[in-house]
Write a protein of this length. Structure first.
Length: 253
């Protein structure tokens, strides 16, 4: 289990990419603030590539006074994996105790103050026993912690099938891809390479391939950087960019 606190905020770690607070990010921020106010559980969902992890990074950057513990569990992690990851994320001394009861005592004491956000990415990978452990943390009145689960919408059934979560998650917040109007305003802010691209080109790229998906737009940005380095005086050709990303894509008029 890893702790992605130092991970790059953008897919592909694109040079020149800038954070953009989209309407979807603002809506997620409002939902998170409500969960923090009540110290409840929240699940943030989206299709792959829409920007769950980036949104989490942005929300944490915007809340500099909020202590955040970010965990990325391996598939079918055990409760002891969660315990030990929390122990290390809290920078507690020494190695995590092997005795679950002793380890939990340390964690409960450390989580007493200040209030914290516990964010778990790829939460759909959690085993039933790990979900039960999160229920224990949520129900225990001692830890001052708000639990945020990030999950891929195609695999959301794995979480919704857990009674321990259905009875405790107060907000299931789904993030939508960028719509066409948002593409035209967000992309030039996201990366300067898109600032001089005609709106019709952006619309065509989105309609043919990106579909409002930030990960796909990051891939297009990367390919645009490669193309401009090789041919700095040649305007970008949408069909050429698409063929580089998906060679079998048929030609479009």
């Amino acid at each position: 289990m890893t702790h992605p606190n130092g991970s790059a905020p953008h897919y592909l770690n694109l040079p020149g990419a800038r954070p953009v607070t989209t309407p979807a990010v603002r809506a997620a921020a409002l939902a998170l603030d409500d969960a923090l106010h009540t110290q409840s559980m929240m699940c943030l969902t989206a299709d792959p590539g829409v920007g769950k992890t980036f949104t989490l990074h942005t929300l944490c950057e915007q809340r500099t006074t909020l202590p955040t513990l970010r965990l990325l569990p391996r598939p079918q992690a055990r409760p002891d994996d969660l315990r030990h990851s929390l122990y290390r994320a809290l920078s507690l001394p020494g190695t995590p105790p092997q005795d679950p009861g002793i380890c939990d005592d340390y964690l409960r004491h450390a989580l007493l103050q200040p209030p914290r956000l516990l964010a778990i990415d790829e939460a759909h990978q959690l085993s039933a026993s790990c979900i039960e452990y999160l229920r224990y943390l949520h129900d225990d009145p001692t830890p001052q912690v708000t639990i945020l689960l990030l999950a891929s919408r195609p695999r959301l059934k794995a979480l919704r099938s857990q009674p321990a979560l259905l009875n405790r998650i107060t907000t299931w917040h789904h993030m939508e891809p960028l719509d066409v109007d948002e593409v035209l305003t967000v992309l030039p802010t996201f990366h300067p390479l898109w600032q001089d691209i005609p709106p019709a080109t952006l619309t065509r790229l989105d309609g043919l391939w990106a579909h409002g998906n930030f990960r796909r737009w990051a891939a297009l940005t990367h390919q645009l950087q490669v193309t401009l380095r090789r041919h700095p005086n040649r305007p970008p050709n949408p069909a050429a960019l698409l063929r580089r990303l998906q060679p079998r894509l048929t030609h479009h008029p």
